[in-house]
Ligand binder design. Structure first.
Ligand code: CTP
Ligand code: MG
Length: 226
């Protein structure tokens, strides 16, 4: 079966702010999400990289993407889950194809992490995602910003992307899910009654969310070029 990457990039970047969505910010002479798409393109097992942008996107056409596996779908929705659902429908994957859903804003993904995900899950019945064990002590807050509980971090993981599932299962799970409750593909698949596998991710694979995240992303990408 094939491995297809699906990259939701239809967000407005409201927490980041600025004149254009964060995925189009210039980072080391390329739009931020060019780096994302480039890493996915470099994975030999992946045959297509499909990026989902907003129907009203005014930026994509201004750039030279120059990535042979890349195609673009202007079917983004109001939420990330909707963008993924629309993209999955429009990309015409076979039911048994593996789809790797990856945030456009995670531009420091490494080829090695994607290869680890694919190698670990190739024979898996369900699929799974990159994730990291929580490194810090976790506190639950009350309404006044005081600690109401310390949550044992044993067994807690932070979800990353790519999240890799068979196209058929993912489409069914997303169709059955209440889109408002879904912040990643795994949660839809969990609600659908399955137990996705956690595969050790990578601290560099963080999501650019705030302007303060840019310095780290720049440094990581610059170091790779040397
Ligand atoms: N995304 C999407 N469609 C949406 C919302 C988000 O395709 N309606 C994408 C974003 O472009 C991003 C990924 O989902 O690549 C992760 O979302 P997030 O980091 O939250 O990006 P934004 O939603 O753009 O940012 P914010 O939540 O701060 O507005
Ligand atoms: Mg968002």
């Amino acid at each position: 079966s094939r491995y297809l990457a699906l990259v939701p990039a239809a967000g407005s970047g409201s927490r980041f702010g600025g004149p254009s969505p964060k995925q189009y910010l210039q980072l080391n002479n390329r739009p931020l999400m060019w780096h994302t798409l480039q890493v996915l393109s470099q994975v030999a097992a992946i045959s297509r990289v499909v990026v989902v942008i907003s129907p009203g996107d005014e930026w994509f056409d201004d750039f030279e993407w120059d990535l042979p596996k890349l195609s673009v779908l202007r079917v983004g929705g109001a939420s990330r889950a909707e963008s993924v659902r629309n993209g999955l429908q429009a990309m015409e994957a076979g039911e048994q194809d593996w789809v790797l859903v990856h945030d456009a804003a995670r531009c420091c993904l490494s080829v090695a992490a994607v290869e680890r995900l694919i190698a670990t899950l190739a024979d898996d019945a369900v699929g799974g995602l990159l994730a990291l064990p929580v490194p810090d002590t976790v506190k639950r807050a009350d309404g006044e910003g005081r600690i109401s509980a310390t949550v044992p971090r044993q067994g807690l993981w932070l979800a990353q992307t790519p999240q890799m599932f068979r196209a058929g299962l993912l489409a069914e799970a997303l169709a059955a899910a209440t889109v408002a409750d879904i912040t990643d593909e795994a949660s839809a698949v969990e609600q659908y009654g399955h137990k996705p596998r956690l595969v050790e991710g990578d601290a560099q694979n963080f999501k650019v969310t705030y302007p303060r995240d840019l310095a780290l992303a720049r440094a990581i990408l610059a170091a790779r070029k040397e």
